[in-house]
Design a protein around this ligand. Sequence first.
Ligand SMILES: [Zn+2]
Length: 332
Amino acid sequence: MQPPGGKPWLLFGLLGASLATNLVMALWWPSGEQDCAPAPQAQAMPTEAEAAAAAAAMGDPAPVMQPEPVAAPVDMAGYKVIHGVVEANLARTFQDLGIDSADAVSAVFSRQFAWDLDLRRDLQKGDAITAIYTIDEQGDIDMPLAWFDSKKLGKALQAYRYQAPGDENPSYWYPDGTEVPYRLVDGPIAQYIQITSLLDDRRGHEGWDFKALEGTPILSPKAGRVEKSNWNHAANGNCVEVVQSDGVHALYLHMSRNDVKPGDSISVGQQIGLVGNTGRSTSAHLHYQVEKAGKVLDPGEYHGTTRRQLPPEAMGAFQQEMAKLDAMVEAG
Ligand SMILES: [Zn+2]
């Protein structure tokens, strides 16, 4: 699988900030707000007596009436289904749906597709979006399904959330079992929720951010020696800088705990510390930064990126989850 070309990373920031207005109103579809599927239409069935009379008239024994099959109602469980058509940009498409927290919902949606599309350049009028989401009291958005129908690609990118066997967090997958987000090859953190920022997503953002549960282990991808720790603690929180055997400096910020100290020799895979929310950070995440000769490198280029595939034995459960979400789209 080819790593993403160019710098799709740049988009994350652009998307968050894309409030540029365009006066063309997007088409508006009512968002599905009903909480369950409409009851199946009662079919005009002959009564048992009528059927028996009809059968008797034809000389047949009375048929045994089977109970009418009733489709199980789809449990929306507080989730909303939205559909929209792009006129100008994605943020605007979500705003025009008239939903709460439209920009935040747009940002969560866009994050899935920034891996496969340059969502600024590749967006075309008439592209369509579908999502299932809910927002909790803390304002956290939970989006188990995100579809983007791209005119440029000539197909719909359909991302479904699913927790793969052995993973501690769900990720997003395409129907063929390909993971939507790319991952670093031999990166410092295996179990994370999402990559939320890439290099240069925001002005001066010099690394990648991995949103993860507090206490998730961070392991050194290379051997090396600890150069320093806890500099600029107010901003960086608990942090460590390792000079690796390849001359690259690896920086780990916002940890809940450092497990190494300046001067320590580090072996490949050694635990550096744990993910935390210290310093200038609003939720638990690892900021991972790599530099060589004082120049910031893109972790995606330094490590290389890859896409996982769900193992064949997980496909059945994944397809069940997809069917459940597809039914919610239908019902919504
Ligand atoms: Zn960061």
